[in-house]
Design a protein around this ligand. Structure first.
Ligand code: PLP
Length: 403
């Protein structure tokens, strides 16, 4: 998506604005299927919590992707977008038995990540196939808040409790058709990933009714030029080979599953904002924009990096800026960034705005959430309108209590 196109979208839809590139999503999806073309049965489930607009979901449906969901509401949205229940995996963490029952009634694949629910579910529904999420206790990923496979993590059933899992399965007579891990985010070390898969293979070998192995996701995408990223092609070669060997030993062609969010959509998204104020203090030049952590919380939430460019004036002399939001709380997008000279009214573009950006947006400070636009073949499609004052009042009940 070039600069002129993005600037024309600001003219048309105003700022702030999320813009997504359909072709980039498609090319990432194809890159992944190609990397694993060595396995007989591969299925990719888009982790929709990364970007849940219904038009994006439909895009994934048209690519033949499945959906990875973490709440029953995500399941409902997926069904509304036209997915078959059998193409949806429900992978929640710490939810109630009731919510899992609702998902079961909607016909989707259930994934259970704790022994307590496994036992309760197995006793009530021994005939419903269930996938088990195990925690291989591999420390992977770049950030303690998004790394979920380590020993202290709340996710999954500890691999050390495998005997306990088997006791529950035998006692209830339930059918385990899948085994799953998701070790966290920003994993770039292919060999660390392979080590975790070996642990998963060992566990998988003990479930005779298995139909698939789900290797989760957490692939690292580049945030800067020449940034490290997961070498998906190398992973594809190494893991496919190992997976095929495992299937041979197991005596059955299993399905290999991934459920990426970030890998599929992060780089496809741009976030455009307008510079309201350039403020020179004694130590820093601040560029304050018409957005904040209400629209893009990742830098404040877990120190994520979003490359920022001045697309109004890309060739001006570079200067150092700290780019901040308008929220009444510290909301820094980037500190000491080298950006082409910024003037008030310039449009800044944030990269990697496809995953966990709009989907984490809120109305904090009673601000409207931005509009979202999808670009396909050079044409723009508005896929969500900017909110209005009615949206802020929606569902509120005005009670007149005079004190
Ligand atoms: C969030 C999540 C994913 C996607 O992770 P990414 O880092 O965005 O690829 C996959 N599986 C599960 C169970 C998740 O919770």
């Amino acid at each position: 998506m070039d600069r002129e196109l993005l600037l024309s979208l600001i003219e048309k839809y105003e700022s702030p604005l999320y813009v997504y590139d359909a072709e980039k999503i498609k090319s990432q999806y194809n890159r992944m299927t190609k990397a694993f073309s060595g396995v007989k049965h591969l299925k990719i489930y888009f982790a929709m919590k990364a970007l849940s607009n219904i038009s994006i979901l439909r895009l994934f449906k048209s690519l033949n992707s499945g959906l990875d969901t973490v709440s029953v509401q995500e399941v409902q949205l997926g069904l509304k977008a036209g997915f078959d229940p059998q193409d949806i995996i429900f992978t929640p963490n710490g939810v109630s038995l009731e919510e899992i029952e609702q998902a079961k009634d909607l016909g989707v694949q259930i994934n259970i990540d704790n022994l307590s629910i496994l036992e309760q579910f197995g006793q009530k529904y021994p005939k419903t196939p269930v996938c088990i999420r195990v925690n291989p206790h591999i420390m992977a990923g770049g950030n303690s808040k998004i790394s979920v496979g380590h020993i202290d993590s709340k996710f999954g059933i500890s691999i050390h409790q495998l005997p306990h899992i088997h006791r529950v399965v035998e006692n209830t007579g339930m059918l385990i058709n899948g085994i799953h891990m998701h070790t966290g985010s920003d994993i770039y070390d292919v060999d660390a990933f392979i080590r975790a898969t070996e642990i998963l293979f060992n566990a998988a070998a003990t479930f005779k009714d298995l139909e698939y192995i789900d290797f989760g996701s957490g692939f690292k995408v580049p945030y800067k030029e020449d940034d490290i990223q997961t070498d998906i092609e190398e992973l594809g070669l190494k893991l496919s080979k190992r997976f095929n060997e495992f299937c041979k030993d197991f005596g059955k062609d299993l399905t290999l599953i991934f459920e990426p969010g970030k890998f599929l959509v992060s780089e496809a998204g741009k976030f455009l904002v307008n510079v309201n104020v350039v403020k020179q203090t004694t130590s820093t030049v601040f560029a304050s924009v018409d957005s904040g952590l209400n629209h893009l919380i990742r830098p404040m939430f877990y120190d994520s990096y979003h490359h920022i460019e001045n697309i109004s004036n890309p060739n001006a002399k570079k200067r150092f800026y700290t780019v901040v939001g308008y929220i009444c709380e510290t909301d820094t997008f980037g500190t000491n960034r080298r950006i082409s000279e910024i003037k008030e009214g310039d449009i800044l573009c944030f990269n990697n705005a496809g995953a966990y950006c709009y989907s984490m947006a809120s109305n904090y400070n009673s601000r409207y959430r931005p509009a979202e636009v999808l670009i396909y073949q050079g044409k723009d499609h508005l896929i969500r309108e900017r909110e209005t004052i009615e949206d802020l009042l929606n569902k509120q009940i005005e009670v007149a209590i005079d004190l």
